[in-house]
Design a protein around this ligand. Structure first.
Ligand code: GDP
Ligand code: ADP
Ligand code: 5GP
Length: 201
């Protein structure tokens, strides 16, 4: 599928995946973020079409039936999905694209696009994960308890990813992510044009 590199970033909720990806996008204009669809209610400050495409459950289910999604999964009782056409268009335009999706969706993407690069972000400790979820101040106690209960089940799937990045010190984790992106761009298979031009010239 296309020419751009597809990166999958997953993490237990609260590990800092969204903050890291946002910072990465700011320092690398050649990277783009896929906007997921979800049936979850918008949080304060979240805008439709920017953070997510917010859909009613019925419309989401119609889109699944129509085969619109590259992947979709139920996470914490809400449906999340990535529209296939968006991903195809952007990769074909040569953009390197990040999917911020859960492990179930990551599996589906890998099955269809084996060259996708998987990155799993980990918190430095379980206690720190809970502190961050509380500190973020966007979720109720019940939602936080649910996400903490799920954290272990998500982390079990860390071994399905190409890279593990511990988000202890934020800047260090960001530098590591940027290094992974840089290294992936230098893969020999992606540099064939450079090699061919040199050999021809
Ligand atoms: P976060 O944990 O603070 O990022 O909370 P969100 O509500 O934004 O995301 C909830 C879960 O849904 C996370 O595990 C995300 O990785 C996952 N998720 C978000 N978008 C998608 C998507 O398009 N597809 C899939 N499969 N999962 C998604
Ligand atoms: P996720 O998208 O994985 O659920 P967020 O990016 O929303 O996580 O981060 C959860 C909370 O933790 C946010 O309040 C964020 O500001 C904070 N956070 C993220 N990374 C770090 C870090 N390295 N050190 C301390 N706090 C962090
Ligand atoms: P939140 O509701 O906190 O924004 O996201 C909760 C979880 O849903 C996160 O772990 C996030 O990775 C996951 N998620 C967000 N978008 C998608 C998506 O498009 N597909 C899948 N499979 N998971 C997603």
């Amino acid at each position: 599928m296309g020419q751009g590199i597809l990166f999958i970033v997953s993490a237990p909720s609260g590990a800092g995946k969204t903050s890291l990806v946002r910072a990465l996008l700011e320092r690398d204009p050649a990277l783009a973020l896929s906007v997921s669809c979800t049936t979850r209610a918008p949080r304060a400050g979240e805008r439709d079409g920017v953070h997510y495409h917010f859909l009613a459950r019925e419309r989401f289910e119609q889109a699944i039936a129509a085969g619109d999604f590259l992947e979709s999964a139920e996470v914490f009782g809400n449906l999340y999905g990535t529209r296939e056409q968006d991903v195809r268009d952007r990769l074909e335009a040569g953009e390197d694209l990040i999917l911020e999706i859960d492990w179930q969706g990551a599996r589906q993407v890998r099955a269809r696009i084996p060259e996708a690069v998987g990155i799993f972000v980990l918190p430095p400790s379980i206690a720190e994960l809970e502190r961050r979820l509380r500190g973020r101040g966007t979720d109720s106690d019940t939602v936080i308890a649910g996400r903490m209960a799920q954290a272990r089940d998500e982390m079990i799937h860390g071994d399905e990813y190409d890279y593990l990045v511990v988000n202890g010190d934020f800047d260090a984790a960001l530098a590591t992510l940027a290094a992974i992106v840089t290294a992936e761009r230098q893969r020999q298979a992606r540099q064939q044009g450079v090699l061919a031009a040199l050999l021809e010239g």
